[in-house]
Design a protein around this ligand. Structure first.
Ligand code: PNS
Length: 171
């Protein structure tokens, strides 16, 4: 419920860097799409020099991968996540938990976000076991060192990565 008593739409935000989108992210997004009316995959806008894809490219990739899913939307956000969540009238933030090692950072973030916006819940979801070792950072590293990323990222991401490679850019 909002402070005025009106119910909130069951919209959830799945925030992250998504550089690149992995099969682990896809797994979490699909699970969330079953749970919530709408899931917004929100790409953090940052000027990180070491990124492989621009934020516009990341959004285009997410839209391509989820084109068959009308309740999955891709967007960008800047600044505080809770502020963006307020603007979107979201009721939850979704985060993936792969291993105990993720927990401390995620726990701190969830509690800080709750401190900033007590009505916004963070929902943690576990990906399928075969994705528990995947991270964008490792995928980028493997790719940049000439390794094979097939099966770790959606085919569309693989294609976008090959295009970067063809253009002589490995991040
Ligand atoms: O993919 P990542 O890097 O794990 O995503 C981290 C992200 C984008 C969720 C986090 O850095 C974030 O929410 N940034 C926005 C700034 C903010 O609200 N910071 C306070 C969070 S406690």
């Amino acid at each position: 419920m909002t402070p005025s008593g009106a119910p909130r739409g069951r919209l959830a935000i799945f925030p992250g860097s998504f550089d690149p989108l992995t099969n682990g992210h896809v797994d979490i997004i699909l699970r969330s799409a079953h749970l919530f009316e709408r899931i917004v995959v929100a790409v953090l806008l940052n000027a990180e020099k070491k990124s492989l894809f621009t934020s516009d490219e990341r959004v285009a990739i997410i839209r391509e991968v989820f084109k068959e899913y009308p309740n999955v939307e891709a967007d960008t956000f800047d600044g505080l996540l809770v502020e963006y969540a307020r603007q979107r009238r979201a009721s939850a933030i979704v985060r993936g938990l792969r291993a105990v090692s993720d927990f401390e950072y995620e726990f701190q973030m969830a509690l800080m976000n709750r401190h900033l916006e007590p009505t916004l819940e963070t929902v943690f979801m576990m990906p399928a076991e075969q994705y528990t070792y995947l991270s964008s950072r490792l995928i980028k590293e493997v790719f940049q060192l000439g390794g094979e990323v097939r099966g770790l990222v959606p085919p569309a991401v693989e294609r976008w990565m090959s295009q970067k490679q063809g253009a002589g850019v490995r991040g």
